[in-house]
Design a protein around this ligand. Structure first.
Ligand code: SF4
Length: 368
């Protein structure tokens, strides 16, 4: 099978803007959607059908995932970064307090999260291989693998052998977000560093899946570009990964731009209604994909979306290295908008008749 590729972004914008009411109704009536159906549900014409989309999304999510919401938390290992990404607080030119946690500090942070009930851990760092390379990640994974049910990474894109090595050390999932699927805008937002290579990043989810990772996560940073076209690109990427790596679990994240050092402002603001439409459309497009809603969103919106499509919520998150066991080791990547504790998020999930699940998989299932 050929590498993943997309039509030009202008074409994606056109496809997601063009459908009318007839196409939206046909997509809502279809049992399964192709990319044209997804485009219809992402279109402006679908906005008046948001309640119907929510209702279908709720039904499909209930059928596929039951009442379960998986709870996870990020553990930031480092905020050093070799890249200049205009939208990010960790961007190399920003004057922030930089820090890479020692292995002992990682242990302390991990224990603080375990004490709060976290069993699914997302290890996050800026992209600075000279500070935080595969050796360090493998050491961290070996120390933590027995203490968490799943260990995911959101770090620099790595090569095939690196993913094989990290998988062997206990990493089970890889998240890598394309930020924007528009190559031209990507070039203007990424001014220096290895992240300038759009194609290498785009191929990264496939490399991670090929290495045997149990799960691979993709996403676009919302607020950089036309969200409807980004949604269509996400759908195309998702469908390609599904066809090629049918054994790999897939997830999609929907990060909206938040205040961060550097003061970047969204280029094309995405409203809560837009975000909800995107989530419902992707749920109707792919019934089995895990959908993440992070603490970038405020409690009111996260509570309102419970049961309607997202299946994973982060909770009690800190976006700086350090911050769980002790305060102030380094500066944060962005400001979160949901400051509730893990226990408070779980209580809100219970109130909606859902089950916040901290353990829904065991490493032994992956033996061999
Ligand atoms: S988005 Fe990632 S690669 Fe870019 S500056 Fe931030 S941490 Fe570094």
């Amino acid at each position: 099978m050929a590498d993943f590729s997309l039509p030009g972004f202008t074409e994606l914008i056109r496809r997601a803007a063009r459908p009318g009411k007839t196409e939206v109704l046909a997509a809502l009536a279809a049992e399964r959607l192709d990319l044209e159906g997804l485009a219809a549900l992402l279109s402006p014409a679908a906005e008046e059908f948001l309640p119907q989309m929510a209702s279908r999304s709720r039904r499909i999510t209930g059928q596929r995932f039951g009442r379960v919401i998986q709870i996870y938390a990020p553990l930031y290992l480092s905020n050093y970064c070799a890249n200049r990404c205009l939208y990010c607080g960790f961007s190399a030119e920003n004057r922030i307090r930089r820090r890479c946690l020692t292995l002992e500090e990682v242990d302390a942070e991990a224990q603080a999260l375990i004490d709060r009930g976290i069993r699914h851990l997302l290890l996050v760092s800026g992209e600075a291989p000279q500070v935080l390379g595969v050796d360090y990640l493998a050491q961290v994974a070996r120390r933590l693998a027995g203490r968490f049910d799943s260990l995911s990474i959101e770090v620099q894109p790595l090569g095939d052998d690196d993913y094989l090595r990290l998988f062997a050390a206990g990493i089970t999932s890889v998240a890598v977000y394309q930020e924007t699927y528009d190559p031209e805008l990507y070039r203007r937002l990424h001014l220096a560093g290895p992240k300038m290579d759009y194609a290498y990043r785009l191929a990264t989810p496939g490399r991670a899946a090929a290495a045997g990772m149990r799960e691979v996560g993709i996403g676009a940073l919302l607020g950089l570009n036309d969200w409807r076209a980004e949604g269509l690109a996400l759908g195309a990427h998702l469908a390609w990964l599904r066809r090629r790596f049918w054994r790999t679990g897939l997830t999609v994240s929907f990060p909206r731009i938040r205040p961060a050092s550097g003061g970047f402002k969204a280029l094309t603001p995405v409203s809560e209604q837009n975000l909800a439409q995107l989530i419902f459309a992707l749920r109707l497009f792919d019934h089995d994909v895990g959908l993440l809603l992070s603490t970038r969103e405020e409690p009111r919106f996260r509570n309102g979306m419970l049961g309607l499509g997202p299946t994973r919520y982060s909770a009690g998150s800190c976006t700086a290295p350090g911050g769980y066991a002790e305060e102030g080791l380094g500066d944060e990547q962005f400001a979160v908008d949901d400051h509730r504790s893990v226990a408070e998020v779980c209580a809100a999930i219970h109130e909606q008749g859902l089950d916040p699940v901290r353990k829904d998989w065991d490493r032994c299932l992956q033996a061999g």
